[in-house]
Write a protein that binds this ligand. Structure first.
Ligand SMILES: Cc1ncc(COP(=O)(O)O)c(C=O)c1O
Length: 245
């Protein structure tokens, strides 16, 4: 196809190149030019994939496990995820677990499956910039709920700002703790205040992006859905292997 005959869809106009990836390319360019750069852009730990994981992946390929799996994911994988969730205090029926190619794909599909044009999605700020583009691509409206800045511990989750952002068009609240980009993990008290807000607004669903849950140094809060299981039936817990492993 010649470049002149390529016409991109109108909905792509609503999104921009990720600022994170732009900055990460800039860090790579500066490093290539000989500068000593510490790159804090992409959420990627600096340790190598552990040897036992590498060996298991190679062995699986050698066994021929390179084919399509069952629709929701290989049953052994779903069972392992269920076991891990039980370890974390969440007892889920196997049918409610689905494996995708990364957390981003889960979030993207969930928004695609649920948003009508103009539906609003609340993003407690600061937030991972990709949420913005995913919501817009599915026809939704991202609505920022500003965090509360504490001079000692940084940007905190603010349940009052979240409640103020709710309208009759609000479909989802996306909660990301520990947070990208701040690294701040919400406390049990902050999560309880958010749970109370959700109880007052039963039309709002909860997406818990827990992808950084294993990268906590110090005391770890209980995941919101463990402390507040009454919210589980309108919640989607998102996790993945890209950060911790
Ligand atoms: C908050 C957050 N959620 C999800 C993802 C994407 O995870 P995955 O690589 O598993 O798609 C990232 C990656 O940077 C992230 O920072």
């Amino acid at each position: 196809m010649s470049p002149s005959s390529l016409r991109v869809a109108k909905r792509l106009k609503s999104i921009k190149v990720s600022p994170i990836l732009t900055l990460s390319q800039r860090a790579r360019d500066l490093r290539a030019a000989g500068r000593d750069i510490i790159d804090l852009t992409v959420g990627e730990p600096d340790f190598d994939t552990p040897d036992d994981i590498k060996a298991a992946a190679k062995a699986a390929i050698d066994r021929g496990q390179t084919k399509y799996t069952a629709l929701n994911g290989a049953p052994e994988l779903l069972a392992a995820i269920a076991e891990r969730m039980i370890d974390r205090g969440m007892n889920l029926a196997d049918q409610s677990i689905i494996a995708c190619a990364g957390a981003k794909q889960v979030i993207s599909h969930a928004l695609e499956a649920t948003l009508e044009d103009g539906d609003e999605v609340i993003l407690p700020a600061p937030y991972w910039t990709s949420y913005l583009d995913m919501v817009r691509l599915k026809g939704g409206e991202p609505v920022a709920a500003p965090g509360r800045h504490d001079p000692r511990s940084g940007w905190r989750l603010d349940a009052r700002a979240i409640e103020a952002a709710i309208t009759p068009r609000t479909r989802w609240l996306i909660l990301n703790t520990p947070n990208n980009p701040t690294g701040v993990a919400a406390t049990d008290e902050e999560l309880a205040a958010v749970a109370d807000v959700l109880r007052r607004h039963p039309q709002v669903w909860l997406m818990c992006d827990d992808i950084y849950e294993d990268l906590v140094y110090g005391r770890r809060a209980r995941p919101l859905l463990v402390s507040h299981p009454d919210l589980a039936e309108r919640a989607l817990a998102v996790n993945g292997a890209s950060k911790a492993y």
